[in-house]
Write a protein that binds this ligand. Structure first.
Ligand SMILES: Cc1cc2nc3c(=O)[nH]c(=O)nc-3n(C[C@H](O)[C@H](O)[C@H](O)COP(=O)(O)OP(=O)(O)OC[C@H]3O[C@@H](n4cnc5c(N)ncnc54)[C@H](O)[C@@H]3O)c2cc1C
Length: 478
């Protein structure tokens, strides 16, 4: 241990390496607090060369390593299984180039998501993927998780915005993948690295697509008697051929938590749910769309539809949505944020079933989610110090995932599998799929030293939970 630390410090200096027990406490988990694990050390490289040096030291000492950004992940992806060394990229936070003519930026992995759009504002450009954690989370973490956000509906997830990557492989060599033009011959390895949850190597540079800032944005807040009617409005808006930039639902319990918190935004206290609808594009095209959305919302049962009068009112609506998870701290000390996707048309029935699951287990369950994408976030507020409650939270979580998969959905939309959902991978993949993915991973990391223990199940699933016996094994790789 002492010689490992000395060697790591020789690469990143003493002020770039933490290893005392009390210092490790902060790094025991990410946004998922259910499975804490202590790293052996945390290093903060400042350059690609230092990342390579750290990886070489880890290999020489036969220690695994885990890339980490801001630690906001919600699936335990940045947790150091097996006493690994955490390689935190937050000090590699330079925006290296903004190319307005070709509409891309080259950034280091530790650049905070929201800072990139701030930096490109003067060029009339923005970086579209906008996770609700964007004031903290990093581009490296976004790439690894293929993060989405409220504007995923129109603009796509991170994978639609990454043109090229520089990756330090687990043998400490460096590869360049993709190209700033977005065209690259051969296999789409950029696409493979995006969403690989830090298991293929450490991203040390990303070239990302920038979008022109839309000429005009209209943001509406519609209040409904219940979540189901808000979902119907979502279906109606899409069916009408509109493509809003965002369609986000906040349910009654979340509204109450938000309004009791610093994120209070004056949401209607008597609403069963609110729907935020954002439309953007050419100014001339928006008034008719706003009117159409009003009509559809009214038909679905909206009691009221407000249109943000100015930017500060628009920010007020978004503060409620983006602060919703933080506001949940009002309800209980712990929050389990679930993440699953269902076909949009199935939202009403799936939400009913999810609420019934929460009730059956006697849990406080609330919903705030990317309704336009069918990307659900059932949130369970609880106190993990009570083992009985914790057991019920986990049981309800499993049932929620099964319910979403039965409805034709998948087990994660944007938070990844990480430690959290690896035992549920069999709900959507067969053994053959998982073996194929493991073989692919081994091309990058044959010894399994980069973020070990993530994504793939660590136990064999029992016969009753075998998806084939339930008839919903989709086998997408066949
Ligand atoms: C309040 C809140 C709201 C959120 N809202 C959203 C949302 O709207 N949409 C969404 O998609 N997510 C959301 N998240 C989840 C989280 O913010 C995202 O997954 C985010 O991309 C994680 O970024 P990070 O920098 O914190 O990464 P970390 O949590 O540090 O790491 C996440 C994963 O990325 C890997 N990784 C990190 N850096 C690198 C690198 N340089 N190279 C290779 N792998 C790397 C890690 O190993 C880990 O597997 C939310 C989280 C919170 C707490």
């Amino acid at each position: 241990m002492a010689s490992l630390i000395a060697d790591l410090e020789s690469v990143v200096r003493a002020d770039g390496c933490l290893h005392r027990a009390e210092e490790m406490l902060v790094y025991e988990c990410d946004g998922l607090t259910l499975h804490p694990a202590k790293p052996t050390a945390v290093v903060f490289p400042r350059s690609r060369e230092q990342v390579c040096g750290v990886v070489s030291v880890c290999r020489a000492h036969d220690v695994a390593f885990v890339p980490r950004g801001a630690g906001t992940g919600l699936s335990g992806g940045a947790i150091a299984n097996d006493g690994a060394v955490i390689v935190e990229c937050s000090r590699m936070n330079r925006i290296l180039e903004v190319n307005a003519a070709d509409r891309y930026a080259i950034v280091e992995p530790g650049v905070v998501n929201a800072d990139l759009s701030k930096a490109t504002l003067a060029h009339g450009l923005f970086y579209a993927p906008d996770p609700s954690s964007q004031l903290a989370c990093t581009i490296g973490g976004n790439v690894a998780e293929n993060s989405g956000g409220p504007h995923t509906l129109k603009y796509g997830t991170t994978t639609n915005h990454v043109l090229a990557l520089e990756l330090v492989l687990p043998d400490a060599s460096v590869v360049q993948l993709g190209s700033p033009s977005g065209f690259a011959p051969g296999y789409d390895l950029v696409g493979a690295v995006v969403g690989s949850e830090g298991t293929l190597g450490i991203v040390t540079q990303a070239t990302v697509r920038l979008e022109p800032i839309p000429e005009r944005v209209e943001t509406l807040l519609a209040s409904f008697p219940d979540v189901v009617s808000a979902c119907r409005a979502v279906g109606g808006i899409i069916e009408a051929g509109l493509t809003p930039a965002a369609l986000e639902i906040i349910d009654r319990r979340t509204i109450a938590a938000v309004e009791a918190s610093v994120y209070a935004a004056g949401l209607p206290a008597d609403a069963g749910a609110v729907l935020i609808i954002e439309l953007d594009g050419a100014a001339v095209s928006l008034p008719a769309q706003v009117e159409r959305v009003r009509q559809i919302s009214a038909r679905a049962g909206a009691a009221q539809v407000e249109v943000a009068a100015d930017e500060s009112e628009r920010q007020r609506f978004w503060r409620a949505r983006k602060g919703a998870f933080g506001a949940m701290g009002r309800l209980a000390p712990d929050l389990y944020v679930h993440d699953a996707v269902v076909p949009r048309s199935k939202l009403p029935e799936v939400l009913d079933e999810i609420c019934a699951i929460g009730d059956r287990h006697g849990l406080t369950l609330s919903n705030v989610f990317h309704a336009g994408d069918g990307n659900l976030h059932p949130n369970i507020s609880f106190d993990r110090r009570d083992p009985d409650v914790l057991a019920r939270v986990l049981a309800a979580g499993a049932e929620i995932l099964e319910c979403c998969v039965r409805a034709g959905g998948v087990i994660t939309g944007e938070h990844g599998v990480g430690n959290e959902k690896r035992e549920f991978l069999h709900l959507v993949f067969s053994d053959a799929d998982m073996d194929a993915m493991k073989r692919f991973r081994a091309c990058f990391d044959p010894d399994g030293v980069c973020n070990p223990g993530k994504i793939f199940p660590t136990t064999r699933f029992c016969v009753e939970s075998n998806p084939k016996s339930r008839g919903y094994d989709r086998v997408p790789f066949e």
